[in-house]
Design a binder for this molecule. Structure first.
Ligand SMILES: C[S@@+](CC[C@H](N)C(=O)[O-])C[C@H]1O[C@@H](n2cnc3c(N)ncnc32)[C@H](O)[C@@H]1O
Ligand SMILES: [Zn+2]
Length: 291
């Protein structure tokens, strides 16, 4: 619910604190943002974003695949990484998709509340009902994140974008960024099929380079497991990933049809935990002032 996180949010126009009435989120300078009937608020700024995020079909496939428990070891590793840096201040999941990772982190932290941010409308509709202590915000993670400076204990980025300087600004001193990224081995049995998008081999190096000035690496866990997937699960897995942007439903069905029903697919993911380094590289005005 938005009321559980409203004090953590900042106006995307003027950076002031926000308040809530029945139908809108308001700032003290009079900027107002409608609450959608599905319970999320759009804090996208005037300048149109070039991102639209995942489609309704991709989000539905993701909800089905995660709901069946296939990625539970990843979910558990993300929750354990958060618990290793204790704080009840607040959790933000950037590119939260269905909100299932955020919900499981909140289940493990009964005193915390969470913001699920995504640029996709079908995603924030689902996030709004993912957990009683979660609020859903439509926003672009590559722009200014509409959260007050130094307020959060945790930020999660699970297969999702991360904006290092903005994450640094919104974390409290000692707060943690938990990142899950696929390794080149992730879904290797599927990635080799025609039309599938493969993982950038240098993702881990690029992640370290982007974060190391602002964060100190606290921990890093490699998770690798085999999944025995039915054709239905395979279809959802392909449908929720980046290849869904390139393949038609027909091409996807043809690809999955030739695979055995009970196909073994490798999951291989790195979960790394980064603790915010002190510093005030960010702006020093209003709600966004530094520490
Ligand atoms: C691969 S999905 C991961 C979703 C979720 N974290 C999970 O693992 O189930 C990436 C998500 O990031 C969102 N996304 C992409 N670009 C974004 C942006 N610029 N700002 C916010 N969200 C974005 C997509 O809409 C999508 O929900
Ligand atoms: Zn304002």
């Amino acid at each position: 619910m938005l009321d559980s996180v409203i004090d953590l949010l900042a106006c995307p126009q003027c950076e002031s604190a926000l308040d809530l009435d029945d139908t809108a989120v308001l700032c003290e300078r009079g900027h107002s943002f409608d609450i959608a009937r599905q319970g999320y608020v759009s804090l996208l700024t005037g300048a149109a974003t070039r991102f639209t995020g995942d489609t309704a079909e991709m989000i539905a496939d993701r909800a089905a695949f995660l709901g069946a428990g296939h990625y539970d070891p990843i979910r558990d590793a993300v929750a354990a990484a958060c618990a290793s840096v204790p704080s009840d201040s607040g959790v933000l999941e950037v590119g939260a998709g269905t909100g299932q990772y955020l919900a499981s982190v909140l289940d493990g932290m009964p005193g915390a509340r969470g913001i699920g941010l995504d640029v996709s409308k079908p995603a924030v509709r689902r996030i709004a009902r993912s957990h009683p202590r979660a609020g859903a915000v439509l926003a672009d993670a590559w722009a200014q994140i509409p959260v007050r400076s130094g307020t959060l204990g945790h930020v999660l980025s699970v297969f999702a974008p991360r904006n290092a300087s903005e994450v640094h600004r919104i974390l409290e001193p000692g707060g943690a960024l938990v990142v899950a990224t696929p390794t080149p081995e992730h879904l290797r049995e599927l990635v080799s099929l025609p039309g599938m998008v493969s993982v950038d081999e240098h993702k881990t190096e690029r992640l370290s380079a982007a974060l190391s000035g602002l964060f100190e690496r606290h921990d890093r866990t490699e998770i690798r497991f085999a999944m025995e997937l039915t054709r239905q699960a395979l279809d959802a897995l392909v449908g929720m990933g980046p290849s869904a942007f390139h393949l038609t439903a027909q091409q996807r069905a043809e690809m999955v049809e030739v695979l055995p029903d009970g196909f073994e697919v490798t999951a291989s993911v790195t979960v790394s935990t980064w603790v915010r380094r002190p510093g005030d590289r960010h702006r020093q005005n209003g709600a966004f002032s530094g520490d």
